[in-house]
Design a binder for this molecule. Structure first.
Ligand code: FAD
Length: 416
């Protein structure tokens, strides 16, 4: 019987940050990872907020050696108008840049570095069973093909992302949001990019209020492209026997900025169609286990918040696990769930107001106040726990109110 202090399920950003934090403190940690790395997963545009987690766990130097493309801000485009944010114009003190990353290379680097910090990663392995009935030790059985091993741990962190291992094994209800949004994405070899101005700029083009395109250029010559929005724009993709590549190409008819650069180009793989990604677990923790990253909640790709939540939750959970293993009584609801929910609720408002069009109105308003832009940029950098920022603190009213002011100004201008 093998014993570890902590079992982590999944070697994505959330699992590796949590595992490394604990290994750095001397705990024995095992990660069980279903796939072999490098493996593909979506989520390539990071937020500066994540950088502090990589820095504090010592994962940063290995990432820096990869020379990923720096993401210093973002460009939003609508009807030929541009709204540019720069993270060095941030209201909240903290990291002012991050990266745009091919996740295969990014996650493999994180996982390799996590192993170097002493964590055992069992690839192509999963959990055959888990048993919390013993009050001292959690019993679990790992499975690699036909071979099984019985193990024990003091605590379990489920960072299995879209796998949702514990939600399935413990029957924790998972609420899939009734949103009708979906995404279609792929990559191409962007070997003509130098013909265009600022070819490495990460960009988000709004094609309709509820349809947008992401363009994420990578240091390795490839660029990630994805359309996200209401299902009504994607009916061709959902038909039986659909020619997904042809439909993907047709989507560029709506793009003013990127049609010429990308339409009709050979794709590196058939576009992936992703539906029902907005989901939330009813419980984030229980007796000797905690869920982190995408297993807890995922809202929408629009503000690239997924990895930032994954690393924040992994980092905070690992701190609490350490304290609990040292004998402290932890109020998981207050210190973990309430903390995460605070940030999730801020982003939830921004996602909602993006699709109502209110946020877009503010972005493309000619007279956006510089201080407000700083505060807005800070939210978009992932600093959604900064209570000093009115765009965080009053998130549930400020966007709506500002959008109304923009409307009034526009009406006054039209009358003049
Ligand atoms: P993951 O990165 O998914 O890692 C979980 C790991 O668990 C995987 O390696 C998996 O193999 C493993 N696993 C699964 N099941 C099991 C099992 N049974 N046993 C063992 N291991 C298992 N986020 C961003 O930050 N930026 C973006 O630009 C962005 N774009 C997105 C676009 C779309 C269309 C969608 C749907 C999401 C996007 N996201 C983005 C979100 C992002 O994909 C996730 O939030 C992020 O990857 C979560 O990290 P994680 O560590 O929680 O999970």
């Amino acid at each position: 019987m093998k014993h570890v202090d902590v079992l982590v399920i999944g070697a994505g950003p959330s699992g590796t940050v949590a595992a490394t934090y604990l290994a750095n403190l001397g705990y024995s940690v095992m990660i069980v990872e279903k796939q072999e790395f490098p493996r593909y997963v979506i989520g390539e545009s990071l937020l500066p907020k994540s950088m502090e987690h990589f820095e504090k766990t010592g994962l940063l130097p290995a990432l820096e050696e990869q020379h990923f493309e720096i993401k210093a801000g973002a460009l939003f485009i609508k009807d030929g108008k541009e709204f540019r944010i720069s993270f060095d114009d941030n209201f909240t003190p903290g990291w002012t840049w991050t990266w745009q990353v091919p996740r295969k290379q990014f996650d493999k680097t994180l996982a390799d570095e996590t192993q170097k910090k002493g964590v055992e990663i069992r690839y192509k392995s999963t959990l055959a069973s888990i048993d919390f009935s013993d009050p001292e030790l959690v019993k679990f059985r790992t499975q690699l093909l036909d071979s099984y091993q019985d193990c024990t741990a003091k605590f379990v962190i489920d960072s299995s992302g879209y796998g949702g291992v514990l939600t399935k094994m413990l029957d924790i209800p998972l609420h899939v949001s009734p949103t009708s949004n979906m995404a279609v994405y792929t990559k191409l070899k962007d070997d003509t990019r130098d013909q265009y101005a600022t070819p490495m700029q990460i960009s988000f083009e709004i094609l309709e209020t509820d349809l947008w395109l992401w363009v994420i250029p990578f240091h390795n010559g490839n660029t990630s492209l994805g359309f996200v929005g209401n299902r009504k724009y994607f009916s061709d993709f959902l038909e039986e026997g659909a020619d997904v590549t042809a439909s993907f190409n047709r989507m560029f008819d709506r793009s003013v900025k990127f049609k010429e650069r990308f339409q009709g180009r050979e794709l590196l793989f058939e576009p992936k169609v992703h539906t029902d990604y907005s989901r939330s677990s009813e419980k984030f923790f229980g007796d000797r286990y905690v869920l982190t990253g995408n297993t807890t909640e995922f809202l929408d790709p629009v503000f690239s918040s997924g990895v930032a939540f994954a690393t924040e939750s992994g980092y905070v959970a690992a701190q609490l696990v350490d304290r609990q293993l040292k004998g402290e009584q932890i109020d998981w609801q207050k210190e973990y769930v309430d903390h995460l929910e605070y940030g999730i609720n801020v982003f939830r408002t921004y996602v909602k107001e993006w699709y109502t069009g209110n946020l877009q109105k503010i972005f493309f308003h000619v007279n956006i106040n510089p201080l407000m832009k700083k505060q807005l940029t800070s939210v978009l950098a992932g600093y959604v726990w900064d209570n000093n920022n009115p765009f965080v603190k009053k998130h549930d009213s400020i966007i709506r109110t500002l959008a109304e002011v923009v409307d009034i100004e526009k009406m006054a201008k039209a009358k003049a």
